[in-house]
Design a protein. Structure first.
Length: 308
């Protein structure tokens, strides 16, 4: 039995997964702030999973953690997880002895890509496009993450699609993230609210011209990301996830319309049927936690092979 955790800025989602890949237990709890509190949150979440009816804590074999920030390749060190108050944290050092289990760590978007691929059937090629505070993607080929030469495969958020577009935090203009990232939209909307992107959609429906511009820009940015992912990696499917995907059919209708409109002038794009190659991650799917469990399971498998 493997444990996977999706450590987010406000909550941590933890799952227990059996050898068939079935989730047999799930808990959620608030995420603490700062490195010590994050480590404590993980340990407490694993303990809580062990108390779920039908889950045998003695059968736990590995822990995988999906977490925001930069994960140093080949290590369990997390850097610059600013939404968690973490500058640097070695999770194996912080939680390994308390859990007495092998630990592996992966960036949360990449973990979610693995989980989404498994939930979608676990075969073929897939891009998981995370629409949240920022924009990033993970590409999975037959169950394996495609990282590229330097780990940047799928980092589409800072591709500029309009040199005259809005300024992006990276310094460029017209990046996909400047159009479709939740933080960029909230900044340009500049109206206080707990769910600014949803507020933009509601205001656009009510006829607000600024909101309509922002909403159209979001669809344009997401559609551009889909085109880039298909045209560069020719993935079978692009799965949309992240907080903005909670808009559901409202978001999908806009993105599909943008993809169809952009294909009108190109028989080549029409032949790719881009609007048919985009799906939403089902609401409430524990993709990142499941993907983290798969990351941890791969460590357990490697250990078993090493032991013969």
């Amino acid at each position: 039995m493997r444990i996977g955790l999706d450590v987010g800025g406000t909550k941590t989602d933890a799952v227990a997964v059996d050898d068939t890949g079935t989730i047999i237990g799930r808990v959620r709890q608030a995420t603490g702030w700062g490195p010590d509190a994050v480590a404590r949150t993980i340990v407490e979440a694993v303990a809580a999973l062990g108390r779920v009816p039908g889950v045998d804590a003695s059968a736990f074999r590995s822990v995988g953690v999906g977490i925001p920030g930069q994960v140093e390749p080949g290590t369990t060190r997390v850097l610059h997880a600013v939404n968690l108050g973490v500058d640097e944290l070695d999770l194996d050092t912080a939680i390994g002895s308390a859990l007495a289990l092998p630990v592996r760590v992966e960036n949360d978007v990449k973990a979610a890509a693995l989980g989404a691929h498994a939930l979608h059937g676990g075969s073929g090629t897939m891009a998981y496009l995370n629409l949240g505070t920022g924009i990033a993607a993970g590409i999975v080929v037959d169950g394996d993450l495609w990282r590229g030469a330097r780990g940047a495969a799928g980092e589409v958020g800072h591709i500029s699609v309009d040199p005259g577009g809005p300024r992006c935090r990276c310094g460029q203009r017209g990046c996909i993230e400047a159009f479709a990232g939740g933080a960029a939209i909230a900044e340009r909307w500049a109206v206080p609210g707990s769910l600014p992107v949803r507020d933009v959609f509601d205001a656009a429906d009510a006829g607000n011209p600024h909101a309509r511009t922002l909403r159209a820009g979001l669809a344009r940015g997401v559609a551009a990301a889909v085109r880039i992912l298909v045209l560069t990696a020719d993935v079978d499917i692009v799965i949309l996830g992240g907080g903005i995907s909670a808009l559901g059919d409202r978001l999908m209708a806009d993105v599909s319309a943008e993809l169809s409109a952009s294909a009108q002038a190109s028989s080549f794009l029409r032949s790719l049927r881009l609007d048919e190659r985009v799906e939403l991650l089902p609401a409430g799917s524990p993709a990142a936690a499941l993907g983290a469990a798969l990351v941890g399971a791969s460590l357990d498998t490697e250990g078993a092979l090493a032991r013969g």
